[in-house]
Design a protein around this ligand. Structure first.
Ligand code: GBH
Length: 486
């Protein structure tokens, strides 16, 4: 961001921190009046998670919240991104269902403790844990009804916490909600056309309907916040989208076009209506009348409904035109270059390799296209085979350090060389935790969690990031710190 003297610098309120999500860490699923979420039974169903793991205990953070905050304080973070479990606040989910005072009390004391330790709460209202009650009542995100229930839930949160929370994220990664939950069927509620996987679902229609209802729910919640809460509470509200950089596999015209097509579906599906006011043309062509339409009145509420660009990003894909995957814009992804070399270091998950230049390129693309300050709300790496190592070995997570080293250099270059206005960096994740369909097999934490004892052990990557966060303001010491570590 250009300063008065013209030299780019980090924003004075830049937030360093770590991120988590309620279902991945809290456990205590049947405590203090919490209702069920769609992930409760889904994760308990045989075959839905890689190792059979579920969310019943996770990192036990509902019980160990004080210990967690003490560790965040020890790390010296300026902010912590966490999510609120809708079913703890309104156990059955709906606008006429009772609010649970114990749920309010839990997050309220949590927020107070963060603030008492000088840590800014950065709150996600929805990170995939839909109340089961709403799924049972009317099929959850498939039904427009949900807009009213989601907005009511948000109102309860703004009223209860908005005096202290100044950073709100309405939704985490709508692409994942729609595609993984209702297209591929790998996340709750597991709808898909693949009848070997699920008796219910239509992957050709449902994801587009779900995405549409998520956008509207987000937009109406923002409208509510801006009209009734923002004038007194003075906070910011926006959505956070997943999205990875794409590069054409080679310079054939089809492959060059495919890189933009995949960005149009991975990111533009949500970002274009929210920031620019319409679905991408490529999606309209690809989907025809399967893509729902906004009324003029809705569009007026959707356009401009995010105060900033919330960015979750992990990797870069090489794209080739072809295949039948509409969720990737009819492109195929690979990490193998035409000469047979790999793009970067392979993570534990098949979809993730290290590629810092892609992070920098994506920051630039998003800033140019959507023209808003960017909050990086997730970025991280799972070391291959980490779960089979001893605790000591796992804490020497040099591939993760290498990943964050590259990411911090890219962040630095985007700010100081490219002039991108970036406001936060939240590595994923504070702790190893329940990695959705991967169960506990895949570890993303900068802190190792021994699930037998629930003890936490800082990994080398935590120490690296803590040191970077102490040095980032001065471009020279930042770069020299990064290049002398790891
Ligand atoms: C984030 O999503 C989530 O917000 C977080 O909860 C999670 O723990 C973290 O990542 C680590 O996974 O096409 O089926 O191969 C990351 C975005 C988008 C990454 C979809 C995986 C490919 C899935 N994800 N992507 S698939």
């Amino acid at each position: 961001m250009a300063s008065e003297s013209g030299a780019p610098k980090f924003n004075k309120d830049f937030l360093w921190g770590f991120a988590t999500a309620a279902f991945q860490i809290e456990g205590s699923t049947d405590v203090d009046g919490r209702g069920k979420s769609i992930w409760d039974d889904f994760s308990r169903t045989p075959g839905k998670t890689f190792d059979g793991g579920n969310g019943d205990v996770a990192t036990d953070s509902y019980a160990r919240w004080e210990e967690d905050i003490a560790l965040l304080k020890q790390y010296g973070v300026k902010a912590y991104r966490f999510s609120i479990a809708w079913a703890r606040i309104i156990p059955l989910g709906g606008r006429n269902d009772p609010v649970n005072p114990k749920g309010i009390e839990f997050y309220s004391k949590f927020i107070d403790r963060l603030l008492a330790n000088g840590i800014t709460p950065f709150v996600t209202l929805y990170h995939w844990d839909l109340p089961q009650g709403l799924h049972d009542r009317y099929q959850g995100w498939l039904n427009k009804e949900i807009i009213l229930d989601y907005v009511n839930y948000c109102r309860v949160c703004f009223e209860a916490f908005g005096d202290r929370v100044k950073h709100w994220l309405t939704m985490n990664e709508p692409w994942c909600v729609a595609v993984l939950g209702y297209g591929r069927g790998v996340f709750a509620p597991g709808h898909t056309s693949d009848r070997l996987r699920s008796p219910i679902g239509n992957s050709a229609t449902e994801p587009w309907i779900v995405g549409h209802n998520v956008i509207l729910s987000h937009a109406y919640a923002t409208k509510l916040y801006r009209e009734e809460f923002k004038p007194s509470q003075q906070g910011q509200i926006g959505i956070t989208l997943n999205g990875d950089w794409t590069m054409p596999y080679d310079d054939s015209p089809e492959n060059v076009a495919s890189a933009q097509h995949s960005l149009d579906v991975a990111i533009g599906w949500f970002a274009d209506p929210i920031y620019l006011g319409s679905y991408p043309d490529y999606m309209k062509e690809m989907l025809g009348d399967r893509l729902p339409e906004f009324t003029d009145e809705e569009l007026a509420i959707v356009k401009g409904s995010s105060d900033f660009y919330g960015m979750n990003t992990y990797t870069t894909n090489l794209t080739k035109a072809g295949g039948d995957d509409e969720f990737q814009g009819l492109a195929e992804y690979t990490f193998t270059r035409p000469d047979g070399t790999q793009l970067g270091t392979q993570a534990h998950c098949a979809w993730l390799q290290t590629y810092p230049d892609g992070f920098r390129a994506l920051l630039n693309y998003l800033y140019k296209r959507y023209k808003l300050p960017i909050y990086v709300t997730e970025n991280g790496f799972a070391v291959k085979g980490e779960n089979s190592l001893t605790i000591d070995q796992a804490c020497q997570d040099w591939d993760r350090v290498e990943y964050f080293k590259g990411a911090c250099e890219a962040l630095h270059a985007a700010v100081f060389e490219d002039g991108v206005d970036i406001r936060s960096y939240f590595p994923w994740s504070f702790l190893d935790n329940f990695e959705w369909a991967d169960g506990y097999e895949t570890r993303f934490g900068v802190t190792y969690v021994d699930y037998k004892t629930q003890r936490r052990y800082p990994k080398a990557s935590a120490k690296f990031l803590v040191n970077v966060s102490l040095n980032y303001r001065d471009p020279l010491s930042f770069v020299s710190y990064i290049s002398h570590s790891g």
